[in-house]
Design a protein around this ligand. Structure first.
Ligand code: BGC
Length: 385
């Protein structure tokens, strides 16, 4: 892919000067953009984040902004309040105000084709951040975690919590049958499918052999999905499941949850119905999974209420976004480590995938505290400083 860049016109490196000379000194399709003779300090990066209702996106926004500013870029960071028209308008405005590169975590991955068209006609490279932007030719790069691996880790954590697997992955002594229910993320987020499919790749064989029973029979992602990943919606669905399916004296043994906020909604519904409050209570909490290592949920894990979460180090994701932006700023291609997985419906978007880690109560210290992600005090209080 040739990144036709107005950035090219701003760069001073000899290599780029040569490549510009080779294409007539104009840059390929350069629009004049940010003027000449500058480096990072002349460039503005528009950073569009979906929402501030979840800690991880606040941390993502801050990390990306701080790291870009440390490299000398100006940053225009906007949150869209989980409202699609707001996000579209914020991105259009970033373009109007002269953003040189865009970093976007979409609310609805299918809703930004118009904005990306606009970006492309202004020669602005677009980096999709964590969530793939679909149905557009104009996504230049994708930085994310290995989202299928997240789902595999969630399914595995559910089996481990139930005792079907041991912590080392070997077969455990528990054979079930266990009643489980399945939750998925927002269907307008491409990641939701990767998480669900990854989890089902582990759970389906155990459903097929009778170890696990989805008692509600709601096994399709459409039935399991929670619009905008909302905690209250998840709580309501869990309440409905308890009423419709578990009013015969049977119990829920496990719940696949794709995200900590959804897990907290599920946990509230279960506790209100008399489960728990902890995993070792007389009427124990079901095994509930999660994702993002949000501080309130890490405390619930430390307190023996939630069983697990998946840690995605957003500091490292921010680093990859900054590295990708720097590559575009220098007229280069960012380095991908996956060029096959993320087909957005129009093309396969070159991607950089980061690894993930499963957190149970016994490795909160080594994974989250020792790495400096949360302090021991934050874990104890359940609140970030
Ligand atoms: C992210 C998850 C997050 C979810 C809800 C997904 O796109 O990959 O980390 O839990 O959105 O915010």
């Amino acid at each position: 892919m040739a990144v036709r860049t107005r950035l090219g016109l701003t760069a001073t490196s000899a290599v780029l000067a040569l490549s510009l000379a080779a294409c007539g000194g104009e840059g390929a399709g350069g629009s004049g953009g940010a003027g000449s003779g500058g480096g990072a300090e002349d460039l503005t990066i528009g950073v569009s984040m979906p929402t501030q209702t979840s800690e991880r996106w606040i941390a993502d926004g801050n990390n990306v902004k701080e790291q870009l500013e440390a490299e000398g870029y100006s940053v225009d960071l906007q949150y869209a309040g989980d409202d699609i028209p707001t996000q579209s308008q914020q991105i259009d405005q970033m373009i109007t105000e002269g953003a040189d590169i865009l970093v976007i975590a979409a609310i609805d991955g299918t809703a930004l084709a118009g904005q990306l068209e606009n970006a492309a006609s202004n020669d602005i490279p677009v980096i999709a951040y964590d969530r793939l932007i679909r149905d557009s030719e104009n996504v230049n790069f994708y930085v994310t975690f290995d989202n299928f691996a997240v789902g595999v880790a969630q399914g595995t954590a559910l089996l481990t919590g139930l005792g079907v697997l041991n912590a080392d992955g070997s077969a455990g002594t528990a054979t079930g049958p266990f009643n489980i229910e399945l939750f998925a993320g927002s269907l307008d987020d491409n990641n939701a499918f990767f998480f669900f499919n990854g989890a089902m790749s582990v759970l389906q064989p155990k459903i097929d052999d009778g170890t696990l029973v989805v008692k509600s029979n709601q096994t399709d992602i459409e039935q399991a999905a929670i619009l905008r990943w909302q905690q209250e919606t998840a709580q309501r669905r869990m309440e409905d499941l308890l009423t419709s399916t578990y009013n015969d004296g049977s119990r829920v043994d496990g719940v696949l949850s794709p995200y900590d906020g959804i897990s907290r909604g599920i946990i509230t519904a279960l506790q209100n119905a008399g489960y728990g409050p902890t995993l070792d209570a007389a009427n124990p909490m079901p095994i509930v999974t999660g994702q993002d290592a949000e501080i309130a949920s890490v405390k619930l894990i430390a307190d023996g209420v939630q069983s697990s979460t998946i840690f995605k180090d957003t500091r490292l994701l921010a680093e990859q976004a900054v590295a990708a932006a720097a590559a575009f700023a220098e007229g280069n291609e960012p380095e991908a480590n996956d060029t096959e997985t993320y087909d957005n419906g129009v093309k396969v978007v070159p991607s950089y995938l980061l690894p993930v880690e499963t957190v149970f109560a016994d490795n909160i210290q080594s994974v989250l505290v020792d790495s400096g992600y949360w302090t021991a005090e934050e874990v104890a209080s359940g609140q970030s400083d």
